[in-house]
Design a protein around this ligand. Structure first.
Ligand SMILES: [Zn+2]
Length: 133
């Protein structure tokens, strides 16, 4: 189970909506792997409705910020604009961090965004429970 403060949850949903009709992406950080206390929204360099790409330079800036806050990356966030909140084949193939949470928000129903979280290791997807505090 992972914990997400309500403000972080709301920031993720807002960032996903702002990126619509393209996918949106971002990184979370925290002092512990299951405490997703900080959200760093990022630009989707792909500018695509079916994929996302994080700009390496922007990523580096965020890693610097995380270091100054003494937190570590513990989640990778992106949105699905028309499909369910479940990793696509490409998401699974490109999941290189078995220790982080892969958070996906679905905007398929814009009025009811659905956020889910997964661990992905050796292309095995395991859903984890989210506790919004
Ligand atoms: Zn995806």
């Amino acid at each position: 189970m992972i914990s997400i403060p309500k403000t972080v949850y709301e920031a993720m949903i807002e960032h996903a909506k702002k990126g619509y009709p393209n996918e949106a992406c971002g990184i979370t950080g925290g002092a512990a792997p299951e405490q997703l206390n900080h959200f760093f929204p990022m630009r989707n360099a792909d500018e695509s409705a079916i994929s996302y790409f994080m700009d390496p330079r922007e990523q580096l800036e965020i890693f610097k910020k995380m270091r100054s806050l003494s937190v570590e990356m513990n989640g990778i966030f992106h949105s699905h604009v028309a499909s369910e909140a479940y990793p696509s084949q490409k998401d699974i193939r490109l999941a290189f961090y078995p220790e982080v949470s892969y958070l996906i928000v679905s905007l398929a129903d814009m009025k009811k965004p659905v956020l889910r979280s997964f661990k992905i290791e050796n292309e095995q997807v395991t859903e984890e429970k989210i506790n919004i505090e």
